[in-house]
Design a protein around this ligand. Structure first.
Ligand SMILES: C[S@@+](CC[C@H](N)C(=O)[O-])C[C@H]1O[C@@H](n2cnc3c(N)ncnc32)[C@H](O)[C@@H]1O
Length: 317
């Protein structure tokens, strides 16, 4: 098995800066990638197995069902997946494309290595190149002889674009166009639906989504010598229809002061520390977003209920 890793994870000094900026903002919010240390990645994989969270199961079924049609529309090239998680989605595409090389990006170092090793066992003919990085800051894929002169095909499933605000999503899609050297992008998004179903999906009865959010505080305590009492924040997920998004937050139970990297931060009672958003895109909104980022949607595949879609994006010019 052939797995190679390139480590471009942000340094601790960068982490301090990111946290300072995020906690100074009102409302307080850090970038979603901070949710994914090795425990965060493990908890996210468990969220995907909860009965309330159907997105992963539906997208995998759609990929399995449409892999031949999708790969024919994508054309030949090297698959580059942004935020691979446990890499449970790309297999049918690698098979259909008969790939000799797969490039997987993720911010979570241990999870990236484990995922690529697992995928490599399934696809022994495919070289696995992992890049541990924040893809929203990456200027180019690091040079690699295996990538030289190869057409690139992007894959961004899991509705992960929904973690970004509209402007940041436009910027990310523009960046992906550069990173892919104008190759195609297969983008997975899900649509708005009943608020009750969405709120349950992001606040499962087993409490895994809550543990995932709380793990952020545990991580900050560990990496920035913090003193946050995790039990003094409770988890909340609520649908915000005007922004077509779920907002996930940790809400302070009482007035409290926390310390991170030697700096004090005060929280009011009921103050929300937003851990992430998940924006849901109608087909029309997805069309507009792609257009603003310099892409056009060439084709769309969706499940029987038209909740989860895979969009084939091509450069608009
Ligand atoms: C919502 S999960 C989706 C995982 C998988 N793609 C799926 O569809 O199930 C997001 C994944 O992207 C990674 N991630 C989040 N933000 C990232 C960033 N800015 N740069 C690189 N990876 C990121 C996380 O570590 C996690 O594995």
């Amino acid at each position: 098995m052939n797995v190679e890793l390139i480590d471009l994870h942000p340094a601790t000094a960068d982490l301090e800066q990111v946290v300072r900026e995020g906690l100074t903002a009102m409302p307080r919010q850090l970038p979603a990638w901070l949710l994914y240390d090795s425990e965060g990645s493990r908890l996210f994989a468990s969220i995907c197995e909860q009965p309330e969270y159907s997105l992963t199961r539906t997208e995998i079924a759609l990929l399995n069902h449409q892999a031949d049609a999708i790969s024919a529309a994508l054309g030949p090239g090297v698959m580059v997946e942004f935020g691979i998680g446990n890499a449970h989605k790309v297999s049918p595409l690698l098979k259909a494309l008969k790939s000799d090389l797969f490039v997987g990006l993720d911010i979570s170092r241990t999870a990236l290595r484990d995922a690529l090793e697992g995928l490599g066992r399934e696809h022994p003919q495919t070289t696995m190149l992992g890049i541990c990085c924040d893809h929203s800051q990456l200027a180019d894929l690091p040079p690699h002889p295996l990538l030289d002169g190869r057409r690139r095909i992007g894959f961004f499933p899991g509705s992960s674009l929904g973690n970004f605000s509209w402007d940041n999503a436009v910027a990310l899609l523009q960046r992906f166009r550069r990173l892919l050297n104008n190759g195609p992008l297969l983008l997975g998004l899900d649509q708005p639906r009943s608020p009750a179903l969405l709120e349950a999906a992001y606040d499962d009865a087993a409490g895994v989504s809550a543990a995932f959010a709380q793990n952020l505080l545990t991580r900050l305590n560990r990496e920035l010598q913090g003193d946050i009492d995790v039990d003094r924040f409770h988890y909340r997920a609520r649908w915000q229809s005007s922004q077509s998004r779920i907002e996930m937050a940790l809400v302070s139970d009482s007035p409290q002061t926390i310390t991170l990297a030697g700096q004090l931060w005060q929280f009011e009672p009921d103050e929300a520390w937003i851990t992430e958003h998940s924006v849901k895109y109608s087909p029309a909104a997805a069309e507009e977003l792609a257009k603003q980022a310099g892409w056009r949607i060439q084709q769309r595949w969706h499940d029987d209920n038209d909740q989860v879609s895979l969009h084939l994006l091509l450069p608009a010019d």
